[in-house]
Design a binder for this molecule. Sequence first.
Ligand SMILES: Nc1nc2c(ncn2[C@@H]2O[C@H](COP(=O)(O)OP(=O)(O)OP(=O)(O)O)[C@@H](O)[C@H]2O)c(=O)[nH]1
Ligand SMILES: [Mg+2]
Length: 458
Amino acid sequence: MPQPVLTPAIREEIARLERADIMVGIPSFKNAATIGYVVRAAQAGLVQFFPDLRPVVVNSDAGSPDGTGRVVVETEPPDYVERILLVRPTNKLSRVSLTYPEIDGTGGKGAALRTIFEIAAALEVQALVVVDSDLRSIGPEWIELLAGPILKGGYDYVAPLYARHKHDGTITNNVTYPLTRALYGLRIRQPIGGDFGVSGDLVRHYLSEGYWTPEVSKFGIDIWMTTLALNGGFAVCQARLGAKVHDPKDPGADLGPMFRQVVTTILRLAVANEERWAKVRGSHDVPAYGFERVVDPPPLEINILRLLSEFHAGAAALGGTWREMLTEGTANGVLGLAEQAGGVADAVRSALDLDAPGAGPASTASMAAVATGFSFPDALWARVVYDLVITARDQPDRLDGFVAALVPVYFGRVASAVIENRDLTTDRAEDSVERQAREFERLKPYLVEHWNAAAVAG
Ligand SMILES: Nc1nc2c(ncn2[C@@H]2O[C@H](COP(=O)(O)OP(=O)(O)OP(=O)(O)O)[C@@H](O)[C@H]2O)c(=O)[nH]1
Ligand SMILES: [Mg+2]
């Protein structure tokens, strides 16, 4: 385990704060425009719901040039709680913004959280709540929903449950949810949601864990936290937070590096935890705290044409690599689909006249309506992911390259899901996510057989 060297500034803050009972940690990187709102919500939540505890808000920033840290320390808590409810918080709320140190030369969300864990452990907090700094939909009650199960219910890990738009959360829907559920047998719907509650015990467990990679220092951190909580025997629940509204991302344009960091981490952890999942069949619900809410998250546009084109182009550039990382049957299926994706992409381009000079971007709906013939079957996708678990074990040194080569295949899978869900409400689209997760469970023996067969052969 790399020991991040806490900077003198961080040590000073720890010495000044001495102790806290509850901490809200916020990682950030150039979020000056949105973090003030998140800090206001967190502060109001701490005062309103936990007036007797010693609270602290800690922002772990990447050294953002846009003044993110200044916004944090200058944001005043809303006074309405004290004015109307006559709540007198017993302890003054402290706000801190720090620049986190890199870990072995790598910075990112995970490195930011590691500093948050160090501070939480040093202050001996009972509950740590972590929330993203680009959230628009957070309210004070999120603090109670994420910390309440820990402080009042004895839980150690609270994963978020939110309504996300049917086209949002594609890494979650296609990889981390179905794979975590099928491997470890627990239905954590948002294993990389970004907003969590963690007990003091679990924070200490995180700090004692030996497994840490450059990917964990970046966006691998969320699945690392969830997987360690599940496999360390900690009590896990979920909290219904309503909608997740944050800076939107188009999977084809923004999510490639994040996909690689998350997927490499989930695969390496699967290899390391074989004894945890080998015998698990089926899955169980995980209790959820908080009142159900009916909310419609804002729509998200996805460039299906780009996804299909990259999948098609991937076959020419990476077909050989796909054959190295997938079984023969899986590779043949994927290569056949990539070929088809090229034809469908051409059809979309010509039907919508996208090659015409001055043609503007097409809407997701109009592209999906033309692309209806394209479908990436659940079973094939599950085999792709399972083949990668085996490859992660057998060729660990080449895993980064294999996961990079998986990105266009994932694009093909995302395109298929967007096309399939084009006319469905967000609610109904959830059915196809569940169907796929059941397919991962149904094919778990495929994973186990290949794992055992390859072990014998090797
Ligand atoms: N300190 C630090 N924080 C980062 C860095 N990259 C991202 N973050 C923070 O991590 C959080 C999540 O980052 P986003 O870019 O919103 O990621 P996302 O795709 O929305 O991720 P999910 O919400 O998990 O789907 C935000 O609070 C970011 O500010 C980084 O390099 N350093
Ligand atoms: Mg975000």
